[in-house]
Design a protein around this ligand. Structure first.
Ligand code: ATP
Length: 360
């Protein structure tokens, strides 16, 4: 398996998309200090999954994104892709059938990092798995940068051992064994936890069974309640419908009665108006009659006065008549006396004639 290309864009000093072809087995990159030679190795390390910013000569992982220069603005994304030639089918597993294996890593400034193998998004772990035992990898022996030889010489036994194991191709098995061992410990811990849980669950089971019985009973009662409520509701609904029908009839009847009453009221009002009109006429007449009555009363008063006056006159005249009659009586008495006297005198006269010397 041979490295064929390195493609960089927005990575450190390689702001523009740059392709470095590794066409020969031996390729040298030369340039002045600070031109970016080490940045290329950083890019290879980074794309293979390096997660320590310090290993890439930065303070944070975002430092790998082009941070801008005097005449260029910063960018928001860095990407590096390395392409391997797999003609000899050195790569095993699911990628073995590919003639080229392209590994790509992209980082956004917001910290989102993604990995791709042949443009399929994968986990970081898939990339390290791909190169296990090949010496290629973020911490493999395949990348020997400045100062690495001295690091190997000065390495502690454990580090040296990992370099040697990687070179011997047993690192993948060792790593898998370590992983399996860790998983085994984890599984044992889980088993212990499960046993504890099992014990706890057994003690809870009885309690839960009682609760389940109660819940079952409760459910049955609830269903019964639901049925009863439904029946009650149906009955109430039927009653309500009957009441509604009855009420509608009653309303119709009352409306008819109301119409009659309104008609009667209307007639009564008309009658009342007529009677009022008559009352006005009668009142007018009454006033006239009262006027006449007052006039008659006054006339009666006058007539009574006249009657009294006439009575007085009659009394006076009766008195006068009485007086006259008395007078007449006396006159008649006197007349009678006179007549008797006269008669006496006549007699006397007569007798005088016969007997001279006596006259009346
Ligand atoms: P030397 O030969 O001295 O080791 P070199 O050629 O290896 O140098 P590098 O160390 O690869 O050079 O590159 C350093 C350059 O990369 C510096 O000019 C630095 O400004 C630039 N650089 C590093 N990180 C960034 C970044 N995030 N954005 C822009 N430029 C960067």
């Amino acid at each position: 398996m041979r490295l064929a290309h390195i493609k960089l864009a927005g990575f450190k000093s390689f702001v523009d998309p740059t392709v470095i072809s590794v066409s020969q087995d031996l390729v040298g990159i030369v340039g002045p200090n600070g031109c970016g030679k080490s940045n290329i190795i950083d890019a290879v390390r980074w794309v293979l999954g390096e997660s320590k910013a310090s290993a890439l000569r930065g303070d944070s992982m975002q430092d790998v994104i082009f941070a801008g220069s005097d005449n260029r603005k910063a960018v928001g994304r860095a990407s590096v892709e390395i392409v391997f030639d797999n003609h000899l089918n050195k790569i095993t597993g699911q990628w073995s059938s590919y003639a080229e294996i392209a590994i790509k890593r992209v980082l956004q400034r917001d910290g989102i990092s993604s990995y791709y193998i042949n443009n399929l998004q994968v986990r970081r772990r898939d990339i390290s798995d791909l190169f296990l035992g090949t010496g290629v990898g973020g911490r493999g022996y395949a990348i020997i940068e400045q100062g690495m030889i001295s690091r190997i010489i000065e390495a502690r036994p454990q580090e040296l051992r990992s370099f040697l194991e990687e070179a011997a191709g047993i690192s993948q098995y060792r790593e898998r064994r370590q992983e399996t061992f860790l998983r085994l410990i984890e599984t044992r811990k889980n088993l212990t936890r499960l046993e504890d849980i099992c014990l706890e669950l057994t003690s809870q089971l009885q309690h839960l069974e009682i609760q389940a019985r109660i819940a079952k009973n409760y459910k049955l009662l609830q269903e019964k309640l639901h049925r009863s409520q439904s029946l009650l509701w149906l009955q109430r609904r039927t009653e309500a419908i009957n009441q509604q029908t009855h009420a509608k009839k009653e309303i119709q009847r009352l409306e008819t009665e109301l119409e009659i009453v309104l008609r009667d009221q209307h007639n009564a009002e008309r009658e009342y108006e007529k009677i009022r009109t008559k009352e006005y006429i009668v009142n007018d007449k009454l006033l006239q009659v009262q006027g006449q009555l007052y006039a008659i009363d006054a006339q009666i008063g006058r007539l009574e006065q006249e009657i009294n006056h006439l009575r007085n006159t009659i009394d006076r005249l009766a008195h006068q008549i009485q007086e006259a009659e008395n007078q007449l009586e006396r006159s008649n008495q006197l007349k009678k006396t006179k007549l008797e006297n006269l008669a006496h005198w006549y007699q006397e006269k007569e007798s005088g004639i016969k007997s001279p010397g006596i006259y009346s």
